[in-house]
Design a protein around this ligand. Structure first.
Ligand code: SAM
Ligand code: FES
Length: 348
């Protein structure tokens, strides 16, 4: 019965929402390893054993939002705030370029200092220095006009996790002033403006059940994102969800395999959160079907401050150490880090 669902997913890249829920609820270790094998095979068909790297620059932990799960939410008075200057951001990118990175991800809270004007100037400077690099932004919800201006200034990709495709669940994770509809509007606008777009969600977030996850999977099936960031929810001690349990490596890896099979070309990171809850979490994620890793290029002096959740890894190492460590980890499981832009390949 469950094997029939696996076969259907592999053949059709699609299941009914209720079937996704059943697949999740009735999964066994055997189902997980069958799915991982199939996911690995379709990924190898498209990308071989390549794992793409993206250099992550955490540009600011100042945020106007108050997401209940997030360690840098505005209500966390214990968070020590910082903002990198444009020069510091460009220095991080230069250092990354010398290490071989050809994609930079600028991520941060929704910090009003980063106006369109300042961001466009930064993008123009970054693209002038490194025209062969892709720039990904992950700066939250902005207006369509803002996304259009940033795209025109050189942004290639945008990561904006949808967080959950279930409206009621969204409302349990966010304060009333945040809106599910606006999050989804942003994703549509980004797609229409020609960005390569990434959505995603946390695995094991509070109140999440197989029914919510099935909606996430159906959303991914219909939206067909270029990138999809999924990682376990990890509690942060200074948030309302401090007492909740973390998501598991097992379910995260299972879902990575399912997502690879839903949309074979998708760029799928093995996230830092996965590496945080298990020392071999990122290796396990790659073996389950992920094909991207995102070493940290932020200055070591600010890394601990970008604390989305407790015990985040890679906060003490220099950029070169992070890259070498991931190189070794990927080699140890038979994969090779490649240093091109790592654009999506769409044979479909
Ligand atoms: N402000 C931007 C945004 O909203 O997309 C980017 C920064 S935000 C911190 C990036 C992602 O971190 C969120 O989309 C969320 O899924 C993830 N995140 C936040 N808190 C987390 C936690 N406690 N555990 C795991 N992931 C978390
Ligand atoms: Fe804004 Fe987390 S609440 S980045």
């Amino acid at each position: 019965m469950i094997n029939a669902l696996v076969d259907k997913l592999c053949a059709q890249h699609s299941l009914e929402e209720a079937e996704y829920a059943r697949l999740i609820e009735r999964r066994t270790d055997e189902t997980a390893s069958r799915l991982a094998q199939r996911a690995d095979a379709v990924r190898r068909d498209i990308y071989g054993n390549a794992v793409f790297v993206r250099g992550l620059i955490e540009i600011s932990n100042i945020c106007k939002n108050d997401c209940l799960y997030c360690g840098i939410r505005r209500s966390n008075a214990n968070c020590s705030r910082y903002r990198l200057t444009p020069e510091e951001i460009l220095d991080c990118a230069d250092e990354g370029y010398a290490l071989g990175f050809r994609t930079f991800v600028l991520q941060g809270g929704e910090d009003a200092w980063f106006t369109d004007e300042r961001l466009c100037a930064l993008l123009t400077a970054l693209k002038a220095r490194h025209p062969d690099c892709a720039v990904t932004l992950s700066l939250g919800e902005r207006s369509r006009a803002s996304y259009a201006a940033l795209r025109a200034a050189g942004a290639d990709r945008y990561l904006l996790r949808h967080e959950t495709a279930d409206r009621a669940h969204y409302e349990t994770l966010h304060p009333a002033e945040m809106s599910y509809d606006n999050r989804m509007r942003c994703l549509r606008d980004l797609r229409e403006l020609g960005y390569q777009v990434g959505c995603g969600f946390m695995v094991g977030s509070p109140y999440q059940t197989a029914a919510e996850l099935a909606k996430d999977l159906k959303f991914i099936e219909t939206f067909r994102p270029d990138m999809c960031g999924i990682g376990p929810f990890v509690p942060h001690h200074d948030t309302p969800f401090c007492g909740e349990s973390a998501g598991t490596v097992e379910l995260t890896c299972f879902l990575l395999s399912v997502i690879r099979l839903i949309y074979p070309p998708v760029l799928l990171p093995a996230t830092t959160a996965l590496g945080t809850i298990d020392p071999r979490g990122r290796e396990k994620g790659i073996l389950a079907g992920a094909n991207v890793v995102m070493p940290n290029l932020s200055p070591v002096s600010v890394r601990k401050k970008y604390e989305l959740y407790d015990n985040k890894i890679c906060t003490g190492e220099e950029s070169a150490q992070c890259k070498n460590c991931l190189n070794d980890r990927m080699r140890s499981i038979g994969y090779e880090i490649v240093t091109d832009r790592g654009d999506i390949r769409k044979p479909y």
